[in-house]
Ligand binder design. Structure first.
Ligand code: SF4
Length: 477
């Protein structure tokens, strides 16, 4: 049911419209916006694009929704729980709107894309629903909403990468930053909503990525994480020179900026990660020795149900290959427990692949059926919640043991740590991470280091989540 006051962007022609021209003159005065983000790093990175677009039309970011002219929530749709969180937050914003009816409320991201205009029917306080590929039209839609229209733009694009928009770093520590290198995903993992909420894969212009990383380095950042749903399939062709830039080439290009700039990347896909990438990691000291390689399940039968396009054996061979070419590489993963038809035997196969890979860390969840996905259409969500939770707790228990064992293997070793800031627990301690992406905490006393410095730290103790040590050398600058 569409109310007369709802404007839905259906025609492509409004895509990429210059937002300054579409706004009536008086919109150039300073207004404020508040944005909160949920879900994966891509969403947080997108919020920085949105902040840049809004800054461009005179909106400035504030940290309290109570005082904002525009409240935005950048949503995640990966699990039911993530969507529940959004609905709970909207209840809070409803109170703000009741107190200040002029405030506009907008929903961005994957949940906006999944629900589209249905969101307006379900949530009366929402004025704007904008999908991940339509942020350029945000200012124009704000204009519509300010004149009483409720606006929706959830068009997915085959080429939008926001390459020309310099992100505004939100809540940044000034040392580490995320740089999106591609958008969308061409894989069709049966449990995943991303291909439906973020569209087809497209790689961003390599020159614009290089320029953004240079700019970050010149502004004091010392680490960039190259972001994509499946970075290994990054592929960009320079139309002028016909130069082909694969992910391995891109890594080398960014690594050439400065030895003082660390490079990380996320997320890899076991079927696409190549020896070229592993060799690039092994020969460039500033490309971090860390790979996030989601396995999801240790059972080939379940992997086929998940449409992950690799087998247990293929995955284990990748782990062996990584350890051959990058011996000191840290490896983390994603695991889903209780996927449709998963048996006890499949579950044990997952536990055994974890023990084989000796993951340093993993993101672990039980299967949450997502409407519209292949799995929701093809399979029964037949594993009981009780069994899902029991299996997940066994996966978590094993991972905690593996994480502790991994950190215990680091006792006595010396790691180069990039200081990111104060430890959460004490302002008398520095927090940083080593190349393997492990958090390292060490005392400040007796040293002149500042965030952004590289320090050699000898590890003397650990927990399952943290390495503890003391600085033995480093450059104060
Ligand atoms: S690789 Fe699979 S799980 Fe990852 S975003 Fe793409 S479809 Fe989703």
């Amino acid at each position: 049911m569409q109310s007369a006051l709802t404007k839905i962007i259906l025609d492509e022609s409004r895509q990429g419209e210059s937002f300054l021209s579409s706004l009536p003159e008086n919109k150039h005065f300073v207004k404020t916006f508040y944005i909160e983000s949920y879900g994966c790093q891509m969403n947080f990175s997108d919020s920085e694009i949105v902040a840049s677009i809004l800054n461009g039309v005179g909106f400035s970011a504030i940290s309290n929704p109570e005082h904002a002219d525009l409240i935005l929530i950048n949503t995640c749709s990966i699990r039911e729980k993530a969507e529940q969180t959004v609905r709970t937050r909207l209840k809070i914003f409803e109170q703000v709107k009741n107190r200040r009816p002029s405030v506009l409320v907008g929903v961005l991201g994957c949940m906006a894309e999944r629900l589209k205009s249905k969101f307006l029917e379900e949530e009366k306080l929402v004025d704007l629903v904008i999908g991940p590929d339509a942020y350029r039209t945000l200012p124009a839609l704000i204009g519509d909403a300010e004149s009483g229209l409720r606006a929706v733009n959830v068009l997915l694009s085959r080429d939008e990468t926001y390459a020309d928009i310099a992100p505004v770093r939100l809540g940044s520590n000034g040392i580490t930053a995320f740089v999106s290198i591609m958008r969308g995903c061409n894989n069709m993992c049966s449990f995943c909503v991303v291909p439906f909420t973020r569209g087809r894969e497209r790689s961003r212009n390599a020159e614009s990525i290089y320029a953004e990383c240079c700019n970050l380095f010149q502004n004091g950042f010392r680490e960039v994480t190259l972001l994509g749903q499946n970075v290994d399939s990054y592929y960009w062709v320079d139309e002028r020179s016909s130069e082909i830039v694969t992910f391995a080439n891109l890594l080398k290009k960014v690594a050439s900026i400065s030895p003082q700039l660390r490079i990380r990347f996320s997320t890899s896909h076991p079927k696409d990660i190549t020896d070229d990438v592993l060799v690039a990691i092994s020969i460039h000291p500033n490309i971090c020795k860390y790979i996030h390689l989601p396995v999801q399940s240790g059972s080939t039968r379940v992997l086929q149900q998940m449409n992950r396009t690799y087998t247990r054996e293929w995955y284990m061979a990748k782990i062996i290959r990584i350890r051959e070419l990058v011996p000191d590489c840290g490896i983390s993963s994603d695991i889903i427990s209780g996927f449709c038809t998963e048996t006890e035997e499949d579950h044990l196969a997952t536990l055994s692949v974890m023990s084989f890979a000796r993951f340093d860390m993993s993101y672990m969840f039980f299967y949450s059926e997502r409407p519209g996905t292949l799995a929701a259409r093809r399979f029964q969500d037949d594993v009981s919640e009780e069994t899902k939770k029991r299996r997940l707790s066994e996966v978590v228990k094993l991972q905690n043991q593996l994480s502790l064992e991994s950190n215990e293997r680091d006792l006595g070793k010396v790691f180069e740590v990039l200081i990111e800031g104060d430890s959460k627990k004490s302002k008398h301690e520095w927090m940083g991470r080593n190349s393997q992406n492990k958090v390292v905490i060490f005392p400040k006393s007796g040293n002149c280091f500042v965030p952004g410095n590289y320090v050699d730290v000898r590890i003397s103790a650990c927990t399952g989540a943290t390495l503890l040590g003391s600085a033995i050398s480093g450059n104060c600058n």
